[in-house]
Design a protein. Structure first.
Length: 254
């Protein structure tokens, strides 16, 4: 399920197809049975309304989960840029040779972090992760060498480097924090049930019209938006590394 939700367009197509078939199946079942009388149709309407209401609540809850995760990724990108910029300034507190080395490594590190946000290819991402880990090791080695003679001033630079490394870990964790597959499965099950009931309860003229496509299309669009917000790389709505790019440009001018 998680593999599919990483491709919002695929989610839309699959959802529209499955729900359209569910509606038609419900209408076909209704045609093989005696029509609902007025009393039964009233009870059926209660069940149908309750099912669609529950579907709306689950979709709204899932949308809230997706938008909160998207906002968290945006916030962590800003915090990561702030941590790197702060450490770049605190490098002045180190001995001149160590300061120059740390600044050079931080400029390269920023480039890798920007690539992390913009690249979609899995193989290139694996290389970026490897290069990022190597740069982190070099940065920590450089700051550890400067901390051989610890002072309160050097301690600030060490704490700043710790913030840089932690911010990358927080970002990585946030990008892996997706809507659970169980939530997607629950939404899909209720959507299928709702569309089956919609088709089953349709009158003969309605069952042969295009009206039965309205609910599948609306639900498919809702699923598309949720999947797009929830997918860090596969969708059109992505977190752009605006703060990191601005920081990189400002540091190149120094």
């Amino acid at each position: 399920m998680t593999a599919l939700t990483g491709y919002p367009i695929a989610v839309f197509v699959v959802t529209l197809l499955v729900l359209s078939i569910s509606t038609r199946v419900g209408a076909a079942i209704a045609r093989t049975k005696r029509g609902l009388d007025e009393h039964t149709r009233e009870d059926f309407g209660v069940v149908q309304s309750a099912t669609l209401t529950l579907l709306g609540l689950i979709i709204g809850f899932s949308f809230s989960m997706a938008i909160s995760r998207h906002d968290q990724r945006k916030q962590l990108e800003a915090e990561e840029a702030n941590a790197i910029g702060t450490e770049y300034l605190r490098a002045d507190l180190l001995p001149s040779a160590d300061a120059a080395k740390v600044r050079g490594l931080l400029r390269r590190y920023i480039d890798q972090r920007i690539l992390f946000y913009t690249i979609r290819d899995a193989q290139r991402l694996a290389l970026i992760d490897t290069d990022t880990a190597a740069l982190q090791a070099d940065l920590w080695s450089a700051i550890r060498a400067a901390a051989a003679n610890p002072t309160p001033v050097v301690a600030l630079a060490v704490a700043g480097m710790n913030d840089v490394l932690n911010s990358q870990a927080y970002t990585l964790a946030a990008w892996g924090n997706r809507i659970p597959s169980s939530a997607w499965g629950l939404m899909a099950a209720i959507a299928i049930a709702g569309n089956l009931l919609m088709g089953y309860g349709a009158r003969r003229a309605e069952a042969e019209s295009m009206l039965l496509l309205v609910l599948p299309v609306l639900v498919a669009v809702a699923f598309l938006l949720i999947a797009d917000l929830d997918s860090p790389r596969g969708g059109l709505i992505r977190v752009a590394p605006q703060n990191l790019r601005s920081l990189a440009q400002s540091l190149r001018g120094q």
